[in-house]
Design a protein around this ligand. Structure first.
Ligand SMILES: [Zn+2]
Length: 126
């Protein structure tokens, strides 16, 4: 059970992997709407910072498409799958790292004392 960001141009899947495309240009709901800022190395960090804000807002709004996609990744991860988030950035920084953090945060927040994953979006305090 892992979540890894991979470069879809080079990554060779292993048996049991679950690949999830996270590219805006290919219609992924988890794509970065600010991806064009990442076309220069100077803008890459900014694009990822903007994505972090964007994703956080979507979680706070409980956007069904975005939160649903994050929950799906959380489910797969908890089922012991090796989730591969596919983009073309690696080895450069990628917004996939933000997705991974968000999924891990959702799992942590939703684990009750018995260890169940309830998958309820946590209340966010501003
Ligand atoms: Zn990327």
């Amino acid at each position: 059970m892992s979540i890894e960001i991979v470069n879809r141009q080079y990554y060779k899947p292993s048996f049991g992997d679950v690949k999830i495309n996270i590219m805006k240009t290919e219609g992924s709901p988890l794509g970065n709407p600010h991806y064009k800022s990442a076309f220069s190395d100077a803008g890459r960090g900014r694009a990822i910072a903007l994505y972090r804000q964007w994703l956080w807002n979507k979680i706070k709004m409980n956007d069904p498409l975005i939160v649903g996609a994050l929950r799906e990744i959380a489910h797969l991860h908890r089922q012991g799958k090796n989730v591969k988030l596919e983009c073309v950035c690696v080895p450069k920084p990628c917004h996939g790292a933000i997705i991974k953090n968000a999924v891990e945060w959702l799992i942590m927040k939703n684990l009750n004392t018995a260890g169940y994953l309830e998958l309820i979006v946590p209340t966010v305090y501003m």
